[in-house]
Design a protein around this ligand. Structure first.
Ligand code: ADP
Length: 344
């Protein structure tokens, strides 16, 4: 699908609208039926009206981009108006090309914000490493206590950088999920077993009880096993980290017709209501200072969501502050991914 849409309008020498193709009608939200011959002078979008009128009065090509103010949504439109030889009577009319570039501008905004976030996230640990190295050179290396502290700071921040870069690589691979999902048949019971045995020691050292609740018979799935494992480990890991001593994390699995419903339920600190809508955003952390200590990047849940959606599944969260959080995942037992048509 193209990121933008072009519409075409033709005006005669007097500026009367003679033609508008379906794209132009749609972009400019023209009513169905007969064209309004005075559409340009009637238009409430002053930037659009003035551009076309300037092209006419100066008899040259005019180009401009603006954000609409009177359509159903604020659209970024790029308009080109140029003189045009009308075939039927040889006079000069006006060709107006209207391009809706709203999606392009939105993507640019997202990309810019992403780069700003990445730069910020990379700079913070780099600054800590630089400061620790400088302190060591300026004499801290002579004191066993400070030497140990600064060296462990360097190691912790370097680990954080490695995790960040690894997660960014995962995100970049997931952007093209269709080519990077490695689908295979696997036993769901075996996968759940792997999650439980991997996370059990981690739960134990944090004084958390890890409980599994699933039926005796679990199906064979067709999905990307490593990625689904990564999702469950990530959610269980968060549920342990955000829990309280002697809390519980329960991994529940149910079969619902052609889907599995997985719940990761914890008895932890919960997530404030105000943060719930942003919890899956890249780099979002509920408590930035706490996350600096735990080394979180704020990318984990955004990756989880990308993986689930690449499998045509869905993830939701419900949480009560100081009571606990439940993540719900719905995944098809057999993932079917439509191949993109590359023939055209
Ligand atoms: P991070 O890598 O920093 O943990 P995530 O994307 O995994 O980032 O999580 C985003 C935020 O959501 C973090 O601030 C984390 O503390 C919070 N969070 C994730 N899971 C839970 C949970 N089960 N209970 C409470 N807060 C959670």
């Amino acid at each position: 699908m193209s990121l933008f849409q072009d519409g075409v309008l033709i005006l005669n020498q007097q500026g009367t609208l003679c033609f508008a193709d379906p794209n132009a009608r749609q972009i400019l939200e023209m009513p169905e039926g007969d064209l309004d011959p005075d559409f340009i002078s009637h238009s409430a979008e002053s930037a659009f009206r003035e551009l076309v009128e300037r092209a006419q009065s100066e008899n040259n090509t005019q180009e401009h981009e603006f954000v609409t103010e009177h359509l159903s949504a604020n659209k970024n439109l790029s308009i080109l108006a140029e003189p045009y030889q009308l075939v039927e009577n040889g006079t000069t009319g006006w060709l107006v090309i209207v391009r809706d570039i709203t999606s392009v501008r939105r993507l640019e905004g997202i990309e810019k914000e992403f780069i700003t976030n990445v730069s910020h996230e990379l700079r913070t640990p780099l600054t800590s490493i630089k400061m620790a190295a400088e302190s060591l050179r300026m004499g801290a290396i002579e004191s066993p206590k400070f030497k140990e502290r600064f060296l462990s700071n360097i190691q912790r921040e370097a680990d954080r950088l490695t995790r960040l870069v690894n997660e960014l690589l995962v995100i970049s691979n997931l952007e093209d999920a269709k080519t990077t999902l490695h689908l295979s048949n696997f036993d769901l019971a075996g996968l759940i077993d792997d999650v439980m045995s991997t996370m059990e020691p981690h739960a134990r050292v944090n004084d958390i009880e890890l409980v599994g609740e699933f039926p005796d018979l679990l199906p064979t799935m067709y999905a990307d096993r490593d990625r689904v494992l990564q999702v469950l480990i990530n959610l269980v890991d968060n549920a342990i980290k955000c829990n309280r001593p002697n809390g519980t994390v329960t991994l529940k699995v149910e079969l619902q017709e052609a889907n599995i419903h997985v719940q990761v339920v914890d008895t932890g600190i919960g997530i404030p209501d105000i943060d719930l809508p942003r919890i899956f955003n890249r780099f979002f952390r509920v408590d930035k200072s706490r996350s600096r200590v735990t080394g979180g990047t704020g990318l984990g849940l955004s990756i989880v969501k990308d993986i689930i959606e690449a499998h045509q599944g869905q993830i939701d969260v419900e949480s009560t502050l100081n009571v606990g959080t439940t993540f719900h995942i719905h995944l098809p037992v057999k993932v079917t991914i439509e191949e993109e048509d590359h023939s055209s």
